[in-house]
Design a protein around this ligand. Sequence first.
Ligand SMILES: [Fe+2]
Ligand SMILES: [Fe+2]
Length: 298
Amino acid sequence: MYFQSNPGPARELAYQEGKNISQPMLQGIKALPSLPQVLNQILSTMEDEKSSASDLEKVIRQDQALCSQLLSVANSAYYGFMAKITTLRRAVVVLGMSEVRKVCLGAGIFNMFNRSRVKNFKLVEEQWAHSLAVAEGARILASRTRKADPEQAFTGGLLHDLGKLVLAAYFPEELKAVNQLAASQDISYQEAEAMLGVDHEDLGISLAEHWHLPPMLSEVMGRHHEPYPDLTYLELVAAVHVADCLAHEIRPGDDNQIMLPFPEALKALDLDEEGLWWARKRLQKRAQAIEALRSNLL
Ligand SMILES: [Fe+2]
Ligand SMILES: [Fe+2]
């Protein structure tokens, strides 16, 4: 079923009423562990233009598990290098700071939702596969349109549905109920959420607050279904929003929905039909690489 990514009357009402999160969900967010220091430091190097490769190396070296995950991804088909990368220094030199940060953030946040911590790992895995596709799509769109930084777009795509990831991990029954309602009533996922008093964007904002994530990421997590021109990081949110639509189109999820890009988002990216077609093809071609990234991160 196709849906215009417009929130619809039910969703608008829910949004006006403020945070649409039940008390148990809010408490669930607060009970989540803090974001590891190393991930906060990696995020800081993304925002600080003066930070160097050796600064980043020092940060990552504090966490041996993260180092080995980075090397595993560096040697995967996602990058397709012929020569084996065996040290952190080499990985930073060959991949560059931007790629290293992307992989470490992905791995670090994946670890927060690992098998031993969550109620339904299969749902979490599916959610990650979607997030990685959106991350790659947002990176492709940012590179093509030059309207947003490709690294920030990838990170935004990776984290955009963290609220849904919280649902998949800790409130799987609620997530399934939303999916079932959307399918049975032929309504959008967002409308089904509003009817059941769940809101993955508001959950995302709460998690961003809990983890002290930068405002840029908080806006992506909280507004990727409503890329209105009032946003501070409109182009970034628009890139994630359009990538989200493409990812749903290429690989529909449990809610079996296909979302049409919001016209304001296409306008913000200066993206016409041809550009959208090109980005869709490019994302389809990256399917194997995305799968390689997923299997080396999980
Ligand atoms: Fe979403
Ligand atoms: Fe999404």
